[in-house]
Design a protein around this ligand. Structure first.
Ligand code: SF4
Length: 340
């Protein structure tokens, strides 16, 4: 046994950031914070956390909320299936467990949308169960400290790293240890410029000794990202526009968008392809990166409605536009580039 665990936890006590979700043991609030943090950086996540915890202070409030409202608050975090899964799980906990959150890892991991990381985080932070969390920070810290050259994206790696983290966890203060190792990775043993000189465990760090710090963690494959070409028509007439809800199992399910034409290649559409005489504006191509997709997007603005309005399209007032949860890309375009 090395000095890893006490040194990491001592370092954490002295250097931790004061973050709102660290002042609660409520499993529901910890769950909310962990899911938000899987989607965004800590500084952005704080605002989302306050908005969610103020609007839905308990799991009952969250479970009984309208999904649209949840998606609206979620806007900008991406990966909307996470928010939908949370809503389903909250309803299940309300209806089958009277709103009482499961209090152990084995039960938590059964819930829709709660994976090994989130289950370990809730179990340890809320209930002090000694189960180790393994996230990107933990992979990086352990692969460097032990100089492990096993690719972290191999399916067997999670088991290996979980076993190592589990062997190091402080049985009496698992919550502290889990917070500590993640904070250590976030603030000190960072991806690009780790602060090895001021690191309290640098004398025992194998990758520092072997000169492999920046080669750890090892990744074996890169997922190829797929390009898609999206063209949105903003029909603008008498203070109103047309939108539709995305229903198919694809990106942005259940969010709202403008009339869309998707093409296989990079092209600029003509007004005729929208069955219109002319458009008043066509944006430059906007590149929007999702985890496995690269979206090439253009917006076309028309100052009247098409003669044939399809039945799935909803006519809404621009004043109500913000009430419909939209992909961040659309929200940004409307707020930053579009003038009515
Ligand atoms: S010495 Fe450097 S690489 Fe090793 S654990 Fe510390 S910060 Fe990370």
């Amino acid at each position: 046994m090395n000095d890893f665990t006490p040194q990491i936890t001592d370092w954490y006590r002295q250097n931790k950031r004061d973050l709102p979700w660290r002042n609660t043991r409520d499993p529901y609030l910890i769950w909310i914070s962990e899911v938000i943090l899987q989607q965004t950086r800590v500084d952005q996540g704080i605002g989302y956390y306050y908005r969610f915890s103020e609007r839905f202070p308990t799991i009952t409030h969250f479970a009984q909320a309208d999904l649209q409202e949840i998606l609206n608050l979620w806007q900008g975090l991406g990966y909307y299936s996470r928010a939908r899964n949370m809503h389903v799980t909250a309803q299940l906990i309300l209806n089958t467990c009277n709103g009482v959150f499961p209090n152990n890892y084995t039960s938590l991991i059964q819930l829709k949308g709660i994976g090994p990381y989130t289950a370990a985080a809730i179990a340890s932070f809320s209930f002090k169960e000694p189960v180790a969390v393994v996230d990107g920070n933990v992979y990086r810290v352990l692969s460097r400290f032990f100089d492990i050259d096993e690719p972290i994206d191999k399916s067997s790696s999670r088991k290996l790293f979980t076993e190592i983290a589990q062997s190091l966890i402080d049985q009496n203060q698992p919550d502290l240890f889990n917070q500590a190792i993640m904070e250590f990775g976030a603030l000190l043993c960072t991806p690009k410029k780790p602060k090895c000189l001021e690191c309290p465990i640098n004398e025992s760090c194998a990758s520092l000794r072997n000169g492999t710090v920046l080669e750890r963690p090892v990744k074996s494959k890169r997922t190829k990202s797929k390009s898609r070409y999206l063209h949105y028509a903003i029909f603008n007439s008498n203070g109103q526009t047309l939108i539709q809800q995305r229903k198919s199992k694809d990106i942005w399910q259940q969010l709202w968008e403008f009339p869309l034409i998707e093409t296989d290649d990079k092209v600029v559409l003509s007004a005729e392809q929208w069955e219109m005489n002319e458009f008043t504006y066509c944006s430059d191509e906007i590149i929007h990166i999702l985890s496995h997709q690269r979206l090439h997007v253009r917006f076309y603005v028309f100052h009247k409605f098409p003669t044939k309005t399809l039945e799935n399209w909803n006519v809404i007032s621009w004043d109500d536009f913000h009430l419909y949860p939209q992909p961040r890309l659309i929200d940004r375009f409307i707020n930053e580039q579009f003038v009515l």
